[in-house]
Design a protein around this ligand. Sequence first.
Ligand code: ATP
Ligand code: MG
Length: 322
Amino acid sequence: MKRVVVAPGDGIGPEVIPPALDVLKFFHPDWEYTPVYLGYECWKRTGDALSDKTLETLRKADLILFGAITTPPDPKYHSVVLRIRKELDLYANLRPVFGEGFDILIVRENTEGLYSGIEWKEKDRACTLRVVSEAGSRRIAKFASACANRRRRHLTIGNKANVMKSDAYFLEICMEEAEKTGISIDKKYIDALVLDVLQHPSRYDVIVTTNIFGDILSDAAAFLEGGLGMLPSANIGRHQALFEPVHGSAPDITGKGIANPIAAIRCVSLLLKYVGERPLAIEVERAIQKTIAAGIKTPDLGGTATTDEVGREILKNLALSQ
Ligand code: ATP
Ligand code: MG
């Protein structure tokens, strides 16, 4: 039994999460599912984007399925996702990127680096502290090495150690941890790496890097796939994990019923892998492929199907494969 907390959030979140939840419940009808209300709409209505009570519910979850959150440019509003990552210490951000002839896993450090949140403004300059700690680097390095060890046993460490001491330290610790597992290791400067991943994606297996570099690299790598509506991500902590589509709340298409639910459904596939149910995860992936091949696609993929039609077809394909 797992405790799953479901946070649809804002915009298209409440449109793409129900079909994803249907897929999860198809395999696990007996797990405990708890919906929570959070995000910008929640902030507008209650003055609190993430209440203490909701945070407590999230803390008790084994698994969190997250839709999307609108982050308004209001300085009084603090990012809910960043706060959850910090509070639950979800230190590893995973983004799988795969397609014809390539299968890459980007592992991004999720808690420190340039997004440490330690920053201040002086009279004529603003500073952000780039914190790279031994503990923070070691745990992400261990995590990425373990992933590589289970996959094709190749780890690329994206870095800028030639320019920054903080990255030289990150690189050193990653090398130490990776060497313990005996996987093959490759160091690459992040700027050259972004280009090479786009030109030669088949050369890569697992890529580990610091927070902001991982953020940029994974968005760039989205170019290799079918667009934002297709990409899932996971945020992994010591005891729990949160799964969310890479896309945001997409206000331009909200309420039209045409949001692509595949990114959210792939989140369920990642979740199943996380709990050790890889065969089920593969079934979900197959059901998605079959649906696309049958031409049942939302407009972002060039089709005319609705969110619900895609969701129903994926469920039907899952049922057929049983
Ligand atoms: P946010 O501020 O919440 O990130 P955004 O305007 O940046 O919102 P995104 O969700 O990041 O919007 O997506 C950018 C564009 O990609 C959207 O305008 C939308 O048209 C498209 N898009 C994103 N997700 C999907 C999806 N699931 N299905 C179809 N189109 C999508
Ligand atoms: Mg966005």
